[in-house]
Design a protein around this ligand. Structure first.
Ligand SMILES: Cc1cc2nc3c(=O)[nH]c(=O)nc-3n(C[C@H](O)[C@H](O)[C@H](O)COP(=O)(O)OP(=O)(O)OC[C@H]3O[C@@H](n4cnc5c(N)ncnc54)[C@H](O)[C@@H]3O)c2cc1C
Length: 581
């Protein structure tokens, strides 16, 4: 009945361009439409017509390339094409994806005596959405009541503080101020409070205009008070992901970077073997935490009951000096945003002291397309009216990330209904970072349930929860710095002046439990190049250190793995010897 209604609605709107059919509960859309917008509209209309997800296979004429995006790991020209290090191995659990979700799942599984492998196609973890976000541990107010997003956001928010302590990373709870811009939005306070209560948010308050000004002296004039959510927190998303991965490795998880899962070999209703570009191996349980490729990974097991659409978000990073001009996370949404699929962005304080302006939310094709555009940047400017002292000229750079959205706009966290040993953590768009620890607990619980049917699973008595935080010179007192330098003189040689990062910290990063090889990977751990000059001064020196640690020529150092060499060759003969140190 619902399908008939959908078909007639689609015919009325798009003519004969689109076909809708039901496949095992999912609604599958096929055909051709002139634009990406039309494709999006068709996908949204199909929501609710089936008992499962929406699979949107419509090709949009203006973005036909999007239908044939390829899942691949960047090929290292130096790598032996025949290298098949995983061939013939066996694991209890294989986790696909080294984003915050996959790394959190791997660490959670390390609390049990099971053999776990995590596969990431890129040269580092936190390569995609998990390093391209706002780092906000959302309070849980914005998620639709009753959704998985709401449930896991609240649970994750409660877990992050203790987890961050264990991982040795910084976590702060500045709280979030949602400003009322006029009397009409102020009148929404009871509705806001009711929604917060429905979502079990940990506390909220009405702040009068005077209270807002007392707390944030630089706030704009004319505000009508605020809805304050004290539980909103912030972390460094890439450091959190790296720390989760390192903690997993320290507790016995095998992490394989530069390894792409290409398919599965099935026996009956189970995945028997995982096919990768580095060999095929057996796994008793497979976890799909593949971010923007999770629908493609699901299709490998003939379980593509949903498809993903991409929502790009652009952020502006303000210089760390701006951090002194605002204490809380602040936003000023319009009433129009009440029904939108995003939280609308704002001014987000960070643990490093910078302020993020954003993010935007634009439906664009491209699972890994991170281009920023002038029009996106323009839309960010409206957030500057929130804080009178912040200026666009404080921007040091921009970045974009891509949210992996299901058509239902909710997470999928479940054991597959068709494949007995497949667990999905898919459609993890915002607030996926905030929710990650709770998602990990649930995915690990489901995975262990599956395992228990065939083997005895017991806790890992030697699990070490606490990870020693790497030394960070800029956070030490002068006496502590002096001690560190006398222990290791390389801590006394500052390489990145903006962020005060020493040579010793860069060398430590390269020797961490998950050894790294590229400039961006070093940056995710020790932050050289993250400051105002954005690597203008320190990049050549960091390259020398990376080359020295890896025993390679400076011209072989890459920005982000295969295909991203920074130096193309030597400008003068003889220079190479010196560079090779
Ligand atoms: C602009 C922006 C701002 C955001 N802000 C916030 C925020 O403030 N708070 C919040 O809670 N959330 C936020 N989010 C959402 C958050 O970033 C994501 O929910 C989260 O990072 C998703 O993590 P993930 O591990 O599922 O995906 P990812 O980080 O994308 O990781 C998936 C990984 O799987 C790998 N992979 C895929 N296929 C394969 C394969 N076949 N083989 C091997 N590896 C594979 C990919 O290379 C990738 O590294 C934001 C998102 C964006 C884009």
């Amino acid at each position: 009945m619902k399908l008939d209604k959908l078909r007639s609605a689609l015919r009325k709107r798009f003519g004969d361009g689109v076909e809708a059919r039901e496949d095992r509960g999912s609604i599958v859309l096929e055909g051709q439409l002139p634009s990406w917008e039309a494709r999006l509209e068709a996908g949204s209309r199909a929501v609710g017509a089936g008992s499962r997800g929406v699979v949107n296979d419509i090709v949009a004429d203006d973005c036909a390339w999007a239908a044939s995006e390829r899942l691949d790991s960047p090929r290292d020209p130096g790598r032996d094409e025949g290298e098949k290090g995983l061939e013939g191995l066996s694991f209890d659990v294989a986790v696909i994806g080294g984003g915050v979700v996959g790394c959190a799942v791997a660490r959670e599984l390390a609390k049990w005596r099971v053999s776990t492998i995590l596969l990431e196609k890129e040269e580092d973890v936190a390569f995609h959405a998990s390093s391209r976000n706002d780092g906000m541990i959302h309070d849980g107010f914005a998620a639709r009541p009753g959704s998985l997003k709401a449930k896991f956001n609240i649970l994750g928010n409660r877990l992050w503080e203790a987890l961050a302590w264990e991982l040795g990373i910084e976590f702060r709870r500045p709280g979030s101020i949602v400003l009322f811009r006029n009397a009409a939005t102020q009148a929404l306070y009871p509705a806001f409070a009711a929604r917060a209560a429905m979502n079990h948010v940990d506390g909220w308050e009405y702040w009068s205009p005077r209270r807002v000004r007392a707390e944030e002296p630089n706030v704009c004039d004319g505000q009508h008070g605020a809805f304050f959510l004290p539980s909103a927190g912030v972390i460094s998303p890439y450091r959190a992901t790296v720390a989760l991965a390192e903690s997993a490795v320290m507790n016995g998880v095998r992490v394989e970077l530069g390894t792409c899962v290409k398919g599965f070999e099935k026996e009956g209703d189970r995945i028997a073997r995982v096919r990768t570009d580095r060999g095929d191996f057996r796994a008793s349980v497979v976890v799909n935490a593949a971010g923007n490729w999770a629908d493609v990974v699901a299709s490998f097991a003939d379980d593509r009951f949903f498809s993903l659409h991409q929502r790009r978000g652009t952020d502006m990073i303000l210089d760390s000096q701006a951090g002194g001009l605002q204490r809380h996370i602040m936003a000023m949404p319009s009433i129009m945003q009440a029904k939108s699929t995003t939280k609308g962005g704002g001014l987000v304080t960070t643990v490093e002291g910078n302020i993020l302006v954003g993010p935007t939310a634009t439906e664009l094709p491209g699972r890994e397309s991170y281009a920023t555009s002038t029009s996106e940047l323009r839309t960010l400017e409206r957030h500057f009216r929130i804080n009178r002292r912040l200026l666009p000229s404080m921007a040091i750079t921009y970045f974009a990330g891509v949210r992996a959205c299901t058509w239902e706009e909710d997470f999928i966290i479940e054991r597959s209904r068709r494949v007995a040993n497949l667990v999905h953590a898919a459609g993890i768009q915002s607030p996926g970072l905030a929710s990650a620890p709770a998602i990990a607990e649930e995915v690990a619980r489901i995975s262990l349930d599956v395992l228990c049917a065939t083997m005895k699973v017991s806790p890992n008595a030697s699990f070490v929860a606490v990870r020693d935080a790497p030394l960070e010179l800029r956070r030490l007192s002068l006496e502590e710095r002096a001690k560190a330098v006398s222990r290791n003189p390389s801590y006394g040689r500052i390489v990145c002046r903006c962020e005060e990062v020493s040579e010793g910290e860069i060398r430590d990063a390269m020797k961490s439990p998950l050894p790294v090889r590229s400039l961006d990977a070093v940056k995710r751990r020790a932050r050289p190049g993250m400051g105002r000059c954005h690597g203008g001064f320190c990049t050549p020196r960091v390259m020398e250190i990376v080359a020295d640690e890896l025993g390679i020529g400076i011209d072989e150092v890459t920005k982000k793995g295969p295909g991203s060499r920074i130096a193309v060759g030597m400008t003068k003969s003889g220079l190479g010897e010196g560079f090779r140190g």
